[in-house]
Design a protein around this ligand. Sequence first.
Ligand code: C2E
Ligand code: MG
Ligand code: MG
Ligand code: MG
Length: 284
Amino acid sequence: QAKQAGRGNLHLFDALQDQQVQTTHTRMARIGEALQSEEFRLHYQPKVYLRSGDIIGFEALLRWQHPEDGLVGPQAFLPLIEETDLIVDTGNWVLSQAMRQLQLWVQQGHAWKVSVNIAARHFHRPDFVDSLRSLLLDYPSVPAGLLELEILESAALQDIQYMRHMMQECQALGVSFSLDDFGTGFSSLSYLKRLPAETIKIDRMFVDGILTDPEDSTLVSAIVGLARAFDRAVIAEGVETDQQAEKLLSLGCEMGQGYGIAKPMPADAVVPWAKARRTAKPLL
Ligand code: C2E
Ligand code: MG
Ligand code: MG
Ligand code: MG
């Protein structure tokens, strides 16, 4: 007993490290179970027209309602499974959950879009398009045009030829695309030309500095100009204040998403939020 305790002290650091590795493993194993035991949730964050306040749609953001740790954000567990097939199972769960939600909203007479983040590994599966097709067939009352897929710009740049092909296949089904975190993985103008995404999503990093850092506002207006030139829509993420929204509008960016409009919320909070908003002031 004493010997064990002494050994434990001497190797405290190792033990801590072991424990961390263990936690990671336990959590990875638990992610598979979480899928089965319905501990995953989707929260929805609105995207709006900054001028009128009209709702465009909602981005589905994954949460894990962990029995001990509470509500866990995606950054805490998605990186653990990004290189495994669990990301595919998780992504398929997210897609079908989002379609179920879309079906409900369509039944209630809303024409809101829902955007789903797709991991590179998932999108690169040879069966991605087939499973998307059968998912859409499972929800015949949902127009495919209401489903948008968000692909990280950095991931899209990995294999342009293949990305372009895959995006076109999905677009043939009616689904649209948004290039997420745009500006962070940017390497060449010609890439945008070859990626058929309908929308580009300006990374929060640039919106953050838009009022204080002239370089950030220059970058935002360059991205807006780029979007115009290539006939794409443009939306800003991370809009936190009225002033940022006004600045974005003055730079020609008409759509936004961010805490200043609303934080991501559980599905059942969305309709009440939209109702309350209709009677409130339009901008933010
Ligand atoms: P993202 O797709 O760029 O999503 C935006 C993230 O910024 C979300 O964090 C959102 O809650 C947060 N955010 C929104 N507005 C503001 C704001 O005004 N200020 C600040 N500081 N943050 C804001 P979240 O939900 O933690 O998600 C983080 C990332 O995890 C997402 O970044 C996305 O890349 C990934 N992710 C989330 N859900 C999924 C999913 O279902 N599948 C996959 N593959 N990735 C997901
Ligand atoms: Mg996103
Ligand atoms: Mg983003
Ligand atoms: Mg991001």
